[in-house]
Design a protein around this ligand. Structure first.
Ligand code: HEB
Length: 734
C-alpha cells in the first residue's frame, strides 16, 4: 500500500495505524481488549477443534522422520549452511522459547507468535522467516494436526538430535493463536535496538544498572542481549552482567545459562557477509511480492555465502553440525582479539588459529575461515562464575551434556505448565521441580453425600463467609494463564512462600487454613473417601458463596468438582513461586505499594491472568466487595449495609447520583463518597472501585448490573467467574 493511500481518511479505519484509535487521544485509557482477545471466530480451525486431544492421532514417529529429512534437504531459495538446517532451526526454537519471562509468564514458544509482529520483524529474529518457511511442507502435510507453535519448537529439538545430541525429550501441546497477543508489554522504546537505555534505571558506572520489570531483554527487538556487548560496546564483563540479568528473568541460573550458550553455539554460525544497506524491509513492512519474507538482501545472490543476519560473521567451532566439546576447546584454546566482520560488527577472532581449528566454509568448497566469538561468548571467560562453570564443563563433557539437556528442556517447556499438560510419546519420565507438579489423585473420590456433609461442617465451624471466600480466592487466584502456573490445586497456599505473602498474612488466610485442616483430618479420620485440603479450601469458598447468595434470597448451587491433591514443600520451587506473589489484587482491593502502574491497570492484568471476561471481572469485584474479601479492614468499596450477602449493592450504590466523590489526598488513590445534599460521609473507595463508574466501558456493565434484573445478571456472571477462577488449573477436567 502506498503512503498516500494509507493516510487517506477513508482508509484510516482499515489499517491498524494508531491515528484512528481511542488510544491516540487517551493514551492512558484502560485496554479492556486484552480480556477479549483470540475471538473464537478468528480461528480457521473451527471452535470445536481440540488441538491437544487430536494430537493423540498424530504419528509422531512419522513426523520426526519428516523433520529429519527436511533438515538436510537444502533449498535453492535458502541454501543450508554445510547442507544442514539444524543450527538454523535451533536458533528458531531458542528465539521462540527465549522470549519467556518468569516475572509475568508471558512470551515463550507456546503460541506460535513468532509468525506475527512484532516478533516476526524483530531484528534479532532476522531471517528466521526463512526457517519458518522451510517448515511449510510439513505444515502442509499435517494441517491442523500439528500447530506451528509445536513445529517451531520441535524442529530445534530434533535438530539437536540429528546432530548427535541426546535431548531430555519433547512434549507437544502448544496451540496456535491467530493474532499477536495484545497484552504483552515489550518495552518503552520507539526505535528498534535503541541504545538510550530507556528500560534501565541506574548504570554500569554506579553499579546499579537495573532492567525494568517485567522485561527480559536489554533492548527493543532483541531476545536477550546484544551480542556485540551492552549497547554495542565490546566489554565482555559487562556483557556477562547483562546476560546474567536477562537469563535470570527467564528463570535460568548461572549453570543453566552457561550450558545453554555453550550448547547452543556448538552449532552453526553467525551471518554478516554483507553490509546492512543491502537489506530490504523486515517481514511486517515488506511488499506484497515478498509474500511475508523480509530482509531481502540485494548483495550478489543475497543467499548462502552472502547472507546477512546479525552482522557478525563466522562459526564458533570447526565442526558446526556435530555435537562435541569443540566450543569450549575453541574458546579456551585461543587468545582472542577484537576485529570487525565484513558487515562492520565487532567480534573476536584468534590471534593465531591452532592446528585443526580452521572452519570449512559453509558454502564455498575449499575455503576455510577462522573461528570467531561474539562479545557475549567472551563473557563465558570474562566472568569469574561463568568461567568456573565453563571450566568444569570443558573438563567433563558428560556434565555439560546433562546440564545442556536439562536447561534446553526447561527452556522449551517452561511456559507449558505442569507435566500433566505434556502430550506425545517423547515426554520424559523424569519430572522437574520447576514444573510445579501436583500428585495424581488416588483412591475413591468424595461424592455428593460427602460434599454435602463437608459443606455443612464447614459452614457450622464458625468460619465466616468473608474468611472462607478470602482463603479460596487467595489460593486459586495465584493462577496465571500465561504459563499455566499457580492456582488452588496442590494447596501450596499452606506452604512457603505463599503462606508468608503479605496479602495472605494480612487477611488471616493461615488461620482459616488451619481450621480447614482440622476439618480435613476429622473427616479423613473416619476412613471413607479422603478429601484433599486443596479441595476443601475451594469447597469452603463455594459453600460460603452459596450461603451468602441464599441470605440475599437467591437459591443456587456453585458447581464444585473434587479431585485436587496436596503438593508438598519439596516439590515447590520457592524461588520460582515467589514470582507469583500478588503485588496487587484489585479483586481484594489490595496493593502493596502505590505510585507505580495505576491499580486499575493491574486489575485488568489480573483478570486477564485469570481468563476472566470484563462482565465476569466486574461481577466478581462487586460481589467480592460485599462478601468482605478485602485485604485489610478499611472497608474500601464495601458499598452495602448488609455485608456478607451476595447482592448487587456495590453497583446500585456506585451509580447512585446521591453520592458525590472526592479524592482524599493528592495521589487520587483513595476517595470518599458523601451525601450530595447533607455532605455526610457514606462510602470509602479506591481507584479499583471507582473505575467501574469512571471508565465508560466498565460503567456500561456496572449500570446494567445496577438496573432492574441486574442482580440476576450479576450473580450469574459472578458464579461463572468464580468457578472459572477455582478451576483454571484443573487441566484434568477438559
Ligand atoms: Fe546464539 C546464532 C547471539 C544464546 C543457539 N547467536 C547466534 C548469532 C548470534 C547469537 C549473534 C548469529 C545469528 C546470525 O545468523 O547471524 N546467542 C547469541 C547471544 C546469546 C545467545 C548474544 C546470549 C548470550 N544461542 C544462544 C542460546 C542458544 C543459541 C542460549 C541455544 C541454546 N545461536 C544459536 C545457534 C545459532 C546461533 C544454534 C546458529 C544459527 C545458524 O547457524 O543459523
Amino acid at each position: 500500500m502506498t503512503e498516500s493511500k494509507k493516510n487517506s481518511p477513508e482508509w484510516g479505519s482499515l489499517t491498524s495505524g494508531e491515528f484512528q484509535s481511542n488510544e491516540k487521544w487517551w493514551p492512558n485509557a484502560l485496554n479492556l481488549r486484552i480480556l477479549h482477545q483470540h475471538h473464537p471466530d478468528s480461528t480457521p480451525l473451527g471452535v470445536e477443534f481440540d488441538y491437544r486431544s487430536n494430537l493423540e492421532n498424530v504419528d509422531i514417529d512419522e513426523l520426526t522422520r519428516d523433520v529429519d529429512a527436511l533438515m538436510t534437504d537444502s533449498q535453492s531459495w535458502w541454501p543450508a549452511d554445510w547442507g544442514h538446517y539444524g543450527p538454523f532451526f535451533i536458533r528458531m526454537s531458542w528465539h521462540a522459547a527465549g522470549t519467556y519471562r518468569v516475572s509475568d509468564g508471558r512470551g515463550g514458544g507456546g503460541t506460535g507468535a513468532q509468525r506475527y509482529a512484532p516478533l516476526n520483524s524483530w531484528p534479532d529474529n532476522g531471517n528466521l522467516d526463512k526457517a519458518r518457511r522451510l517448515l511449510l511442507p510439513i505444515k502442509q502435510k499435517y494441517g491442523k494436526a500439528i500447530s506451528w507453535a509445536d513445529l517451531f519448537v520441535f524442529a530445534g529439538n530434533r535438530a539437536l538430535e540429528t546432530m548427535g545430541f541426546r535431548t531430555a525429550g519433547f512434549a507437544f501441546g502448544r496451540e496456535d493463536i491467530w493474532a499477536p497477543e495484545d497484552d504483552i508489554y515489550w518495552g518503552p522504546e520507539n526505535e528498534w535496538l535503541s541504545t538510550n537505555d530507556d528500560r534501565y534505571t541506574g548504570s554500569f558506572e554506579d553499579g546499579n544498572r537495573l532492567l525494568d520489570n517485567p522485561l527480559a531483554a536489554v533492548q527493543m527487538g532483541l531476545i536477550y542481549v546484544n551480542p556485540e556487548g551492552p549497547n554495542g560496546i565490546p566489554d565482555a564483563q559487562k556483557s556477562a552482567q547483562d546476560i546474567r540479568e536477562t537469563f535470570g528473568r527467564m528463570a535460568m541460573n548461572d549453570e543453566e545459562t552457561v550450558a545453554l550458550v555453550v550448547g547452543g553455539h556448538t552449532f552453526g554460525k553467525m551471518h554478516g557477509a554483507s553490509k546492512p544497506e543491502f537489506h530490504g524491509p523486515e517481514p511486517e513492512a515488506a511488499g506484497f511480492a515478498d509474500q511475508g519474507l523480509g530482509w531481502a538482501n540485494s548483495h550478489e545472490t543475497g543467499l548462502g555465502e552472502y547472507t546477512l543476519t546479525s552482522g557478525l560473521e563466522g562459526a564458533w567451532t570447526p565442526t558446526p553440525t556435530t555435537w562435541d566439546n569443540s566450543y569450549l576447546e575453541t574458546l579456551f584454546g585461543h587468545e582472542w582479539e577484537l576485529v570487525e566482520s565484513p558487515a562492520g560488527a565487532k567480534q573476536w577472532e584468534p590471534k593465531s588459529v591452532r592446528e585443526g581449528f580452521m572452519v570449512p566454509d559453509a558454502h564455498v568448497e575449499g575455503r576455510e575461515n577462522k573461528p570467531v566469538m561474539s562479545t557475549a561468548d567472551m563473557a563465558m571467560l570474562a566472568d569469574p562464575t561463568y568461567l568456573e562453570i565453563a571450566t568444569r564443563f570443558r573438563e567433563n563433557p558428560a556434565v555439560l551434556a546433562d546440564a545442556f539437556a536439562k536447561a534446553w528442556f526447561k527452556l522449551l517447556h517452561r511456559d507449558m505448565g505442569p507435566a500433566e499438560r505434556y502430550v506425545g510419546p517423547q515426554v520424559p519420565d523424569e519430572t522437574f521441580v520447576w514444573q510445579d507438579n501436583v500428585p495424581a489423585h488416588e483412591g475413591p473420590m468424595i461424592g455428593d453425600a460427602e460434599i454435602a456433609e463437608l459443606k455443612s461442617t464447614i459452614l457450622g465451624s464458625g468460619l465466616t463467609t468473608a474468611q472462607l471466600v478470602k482463603a479460596a480466592w487467595a489460593s486459586a487466584s495465584t493462577y496465571r494463564t500465561t504459563d499455566f502456573r499457580g492456582g488452588a490445586n496442590g494447596a501450596r497456599i499452606r506452604l512457603s512462600p505463599m503462606s508468608e505473602w503479605d496479602a495472605n498474612v494480612t487477611s488471616g488466610v493461615n488461620q482459616v487454613i488451619a481450621k480447614l485442616e482440622e476439618i480435613q483430618q476429622a473427616f479423613n479420620g473416619k476412613g471413607g473417601p479422603q478429601v484433599s485440603l486443596a479441595d476443601l479450601i475451594v469447597l469452603g469458598g463455594s459453600a460460603a458463596v452459596e450461603a451468602a447468595a441464599k441470605a440475599a434470597g437467591h437459591d443456587f448451587t456453585v458447581p464444585f468438582t473434587p479431585g485436587r491433591t496436596d503438593a508438598d514443600q519439596e516439590s515447590t520451587d520457592i524461588e520460582s513461586f515467589q514470582w507469583l506473589e500478588p503485588k496487587a489484587d484489585g479483586f481484594r482491593n489490595y496493593q502493596q505499594k502505590q505510585g507505580g502502574i495505576p491499580s486499575e491497570h493491574l486489575l485488568i492484568d489480573k483478570a486477564f491472568m485469570l481468563n476472566l471476561t470484563a462482565p465476569e471481572m466486574t461481577a466478581l469485584v462487586g460481589g467480592l466487595r460485599v462478601l468482605g474479601a478485602n485485604v485489610g479492614d478499611e472497608g474500601y468499596g464495601v458499598f452495602t449495609d448488609r455485608p456478607g450477602q451476595l447482592t448487587n449493592d456495590f453497583f446500585v450504590n456506585l451509580v447512585d447520583m446521591g453520592t458525590k466523590w472526592h479524592s482524599i489526598g493528592e495521589a487520587e488513590d483513595v476517595f470518599e463518597g458523601v451525601d450530595r445534599e447533607t455532605g455526610a460521609p457514606k462510602w470509602k473507595a479506591t481507584r479499583v472501585d471507582l473505575v467501574f463508574g469512571a471508565n465508560s466501558q466498565l460503567r456500561a456493565i456496572a449500570e446494567e448490573y445496577a438496573a432492574a434484573g441486574g442482580d440476576e445478571l450479576m450473580l450469574d456472571a459472578f458464579i461463572r467467574g468464580w468457578v472459572k477462577v477455582m478451576e483454571n488449573d484443573r487441566f484434568d477436567l477438559v
